[in-house]
Design a protein around this ligand. Sequence first.
Ligand SMILES: C[S@@+](CC[C@H](N)C(=O)[O-])C[C@H]1O[C@@H](n2cnc3c(N)ncnc32)[C@H](O)[C@@H]1O
Length: 293
Amino acid sequence: MNRSTYHEPVMADRVVEGLAVHPGGAYIDCTLGDGGHATAILDAAAPSGRLLGIDADPEATAAARDRLKPYGDAATVVDGNFESLERLAAAHGFMPADGVLFDLGISSRQLDAEDRGFSFRRPGPLDMRFTPGDGPTAADLVNGLGETELADLIYRFGEEPRSRRIARGIVARRPITDAAELAETVRRASGYPRGRTHPATRTFQALRIAVNHEMEALDAGLEQTPRVLGPGGRLVVIAYHSLEDRPVKRFMNAGPLRPLSKKVTKPSADEVRANRRSRSARLRVAERPEDLS
Ligand SMILES: C[S@@+](CC[C@H](N)C(=O)[O-])C[C@H]1O[C@@H](n2cnc3c(N)ncnc32)[C@H](O)[C@@H]1O
């Protein structure tokens, strides 16, 4: 892979600061992606710092392994799902950890991949699974669910107010196996005018979340962090839409971790200009109290 095609890490300085990265620390990147945040963390943790990088997508771990080679034994890359965070941390000697990072959603590389079906802007098989071969694809849901189930899914995971008419339009056009064909079907059925946001944005988000059980995985991963972090350890989460930011906020406010600020951190105007995909990012930080038993 060409270096310039790497995913641009969002708010990398804020991530390093939020995790309070220090030399010799042990950090877990639950969403390794192309390893952008991982390299920033490893650089700040040198010398003798360590990082465990987890990703459900074998294409991501392959790219990250390549990129993290210069760090040698300091970087451990594993194929896995962060819903098994505690097990993976224990198996690789990262309990307790000084910091845990979740940078949710998909990477630019996944979005741009023509054979994954994540983008409404590209023709390609409607797959959307982070782990190819694991469970039903987006096409299976689009073509297999009843109209009401499909509408409910689009409403629930996409917060799409026009979910019913979109589901009706999809059912009338089935079978749909191509991402661009689905995008066009949704655009027509929704009746939304063409604007800055593509009319299929929320429907594609909903399908991706459903295919990958993203809300369940997030709840499971967050719930395990207090047991994985050592005293004073930090949790940093970057969410890209309200559906995933809400449970993060709720989790951080409910204890046993302590949120470090009531306000979310957003990218600077300069970063949004340089990397449009950062525009919806919301970063939150929490700390494991010293006295948590
Ligand atoms: C926004 S990207 C991370 C980019 C990364 N921070 C970087 O700097 O390159 C999110 C990554 O999380 C992975 N992912 C999403 N849900 C996951 C889960 N439940 N378990 C493991 N990895 C997951 C995706 O495959 C994707 O590679």
